[in-house]
Write a protein that binds this ligand. Structure first.
Ligand SMILES: CSC[C@@H](O)[C@@H](O)C(=O)COP(=O)(O)O
Length: 320
């Protein structure tokens, strides 16, 4: 069975609560933008593409139930407002902001068309949100296949299997399915070209230990979980052929924001002469920003560092 972070059918949206993984596979129904926003903030669903898809589909569910209006202007204002709330939920990942721009634009365009009704505006927004789900899955398969072939050509021109190190979770759980960086690893495995995977635990929220390790075991892909602080040693001594990570946002000059720890992985990879790749769909690209310095970096609650499963592990009164 395919791992699904998002289950959607017209009028119904469910997410796999990733805070409960790997112990429990529990789906939670989201019937409104407000519920989706809370789930995204709490990281029950996370990963740049999945955040955007859940946000947009929660709006689709709300609109199908007749939310917004009465009147075209008030419906368009409602759509814009709901999208603003969703964009603010996790600001670094740009996918939601890009999707919001597109949805707000089609809502406004349709409302201005002669003969438009509330129903046609709702249908246009819902239709576009549903297309995004299909497109993300297609994009991920392409990223996986193209990325795997590129990586084999570049890192192993004489043939032979490769070993890949990855960070955070960029798999089926972070997307509509298959994944981006983890999609490349999945494709290498499907091609019979993957020797081994190293996945980092990804402190403080352990997306690597809880989610990537879960996906790799689930798919029977050969893999070892390492602490974040073992990455340099793994690169020095364990034959890592390439590092492949995902992206929350790629800006015009190529600067990339991703899970904390990605920067040091890039430096360590450079030190060891190991190719470092960012695997991301165009929905993660933000060409409006020139450099990474302009990216708003999300600040998370300090408990994510000081506590483990609700139990304080850090010294009291330490500055954070
Ligand atoms: C395909 S997911 C791309 C990125 O969003 C991913 O690399 C990442 O850093 C996820 O972070 P998260 O904080 O778990 O949302």
């Amino acid at each position: 069975m395919r791992l699904e972070a998002i289950r959607y059918s017209p009028g119904s949206l469910q997410i796999l609560d990733q805070l409960q993984l790997p112990e429990h596979c529990r789906y939670e129904a989201l019937g409104s933008v407000q519920q989706a926003r809370e789930a995204i903030r709490a990281m029950k669903v996370r990963g740049a593409p999945a955040i955007a898809l859940v946000g947009c589909l929660s709006l689709a569910v709300e609109l199908r139930a007749g939310a917004g209006g009465p009147g075209l202007a008030s419906l368009v204002a409602f759509v814009q407002n709901q999208l603003r709330l969703l964009v603010a939920a996790r600001p670094t990942a740009v996918n939601m902001a890009r999707a919001a721009r597109d949805l707000a634009r089609v809502a406004a365009q349709e409302a201005e068309r002669e003969g438009a009704t509330e129903e046609t505006v709702r249908e246009r927004v819902i239709g576009l949100a549903e297309d995004m789900l299909e497109k993300d899955l297609r994009d991920n398969r392409n990223i996986g296949d193209l990325g795997a072939r590129h990586l084999l050509e570049q890192t192993n021109p004489r043939g032979g299997k490769v070993t890949v190190l990855t960070h955070c979770n960029t798999g089926a759980l972070a997307t509509a399915g298959y994944g981006t960086a983890l999609g490349v690893i999945r494709s290498l495995h499907e091609m019979g070209q993957l020797e081994h995977t190293f996945c980092t635990e990804t402190r403080p929220y352990n997306q690597g230990a809880r989610l990537t390790a879960f996906e790799l075991v689930y798919e029977q892909i050969p893999a070892t979980l390492i602490t974040d602080s073992m990455a340099a040693a793994a690169m020095a001594h364990r034959g890592v052929s390439a590092v492949v990570v995902g992206a929350d946002r790629v800006v015009a000059n190529g600067d990339t924001a991703n899970k904390i720890g990605t920067y040091q992985l890039a430096i360590v990879a450079k030190h060891h002469g190991i190719p470092f790749y960012v695997a991301a769909p165009s929905s993660s690209c933000d060409l409006q920003l020139e450099t990474g310095r302009e990216i708003v970096i999300e600040e998370r609650p300090s408990q994510e560092l000081t506590d483990l499963n609700g139990v304080r592990i850090a010294a009291q009164a330490i500055l954070l």
